[in-house]
Design a binder for this molecule. Sequence first.
Ligand SMILES: NC(=O)c1ccc[n+]([C@@H]2O[C@H](COP(=O)([O-])OP(=O)(O)OC[C@H]3O[C@@H](n4cnc5c(N)ncnc54)[C@H](OP(=O)(O)O)[C@@H]3O)[C@@H](O)[C@H]2O)c1
Length: 302
Amino acid sequence: MTAAIPDLRHRTAVVTGATGGMGQVIAAALVDAGAHVVTVARDPARADMLRARIGADSRHRLDVISGDLSRRADLRTAARIIEDRYEQVHILVNNAGAHFPDHRVSPDGVEMHVALDYLAACGLMTHLDAALRRGRARIVNVASDTLNDTRRIKLAGRPRPPTLDLTHVDDLADLNPRAGFVPFEAYARAKLMTVTAGYALAPSFATDGVTVNAVHPGIVATGIIDDLIPPALRPFGTLVRRTMLTPAEGAATALRIATDPGLAGVTGRYFDKGSVAATPPISHDPAVQRKLLALTEAHFAR
Ligand SMILES: NC(=O)c1ccc[n+]([C@@H]2O[C@H](COP(=O)([O-])OP(=O)(O)OC[C@H]3O[C@@H](n4cnc5c(N)ncnc54)[C@H](OP(=O)(O)O)[C@@H]3O)[C@@H](O)[C@H]2O)c1
């Protein structure tokens, strides 16, 4: 896979979630291609595992900033450090994400899927704005096709995207409330928000040569998957994992969108593995996009 990645010497890539399944592969492949890779990690032991994977010869091209990306203060600090250290960011892969099996609230009062699967991605796009524009960056948001269909088992019926009704929402803390909480839908809604925000930011970024795309990597055997396997299938977990993509196979889509010279200038798209795919109409609604960005700006202004 690395063979297909162009020479990335003198390029800076920010990759979140690089201590886990796909992110580790993405970070290692970008370092192998010559890039300087920056990540934000919350667990020093997991950061050490990433360093071990990168290897002693290239480790000087890995910069680990400590922080929990679901926390507003940590995100702001990490973004400030990145902008202080790097004049330009050429690649941003917003890959950190998780599925939470129950209702949890971040220290900022926001439901955890919103905090991590949406705000970490949108927060880095907006807080790194200047460095991304100077680097004419490619931004890749690792989403999930749950944004098109929240059915756990797709044997009957039609695809059921998550709802995203911002009409009476005054604060992102109002989203994914405890009452009626369905974890899989909350996760899907946060991914839909990330794709929607990417579409909203793409036109302005395009004026400086920055592209913003999102990907569904496929169903990949990583840390997140144990929680996502429907309960009825959990006794067969090992067998189920064998039917999934490997982390390297899953990472290939984000790596391609981030580096393939043939995709230069392509922006505002959603890729389901290798192919451009549609997302729910609401993600293209200009009023929803504006409201989402305004709520997000208000969140980070506090
Ligand atoms: N696996 C799939 O089938 C699948 C399908 C569709 C989309 N995705 C998406 O793919 C992305 C990568 O996930 P994965 O499958 O590779 O799962 P994973 O192995 O669980 O990796 C998740 C990564 O996110 C990091 N992370 C989680 N919470 C964080 C926080 N608060 N602050 C900073 N980093 C945090 C994890 O760090 P730690 O090492 O500290 O835990 C880890 O590096 C996610 O956005 C996921 O939603 C996955």
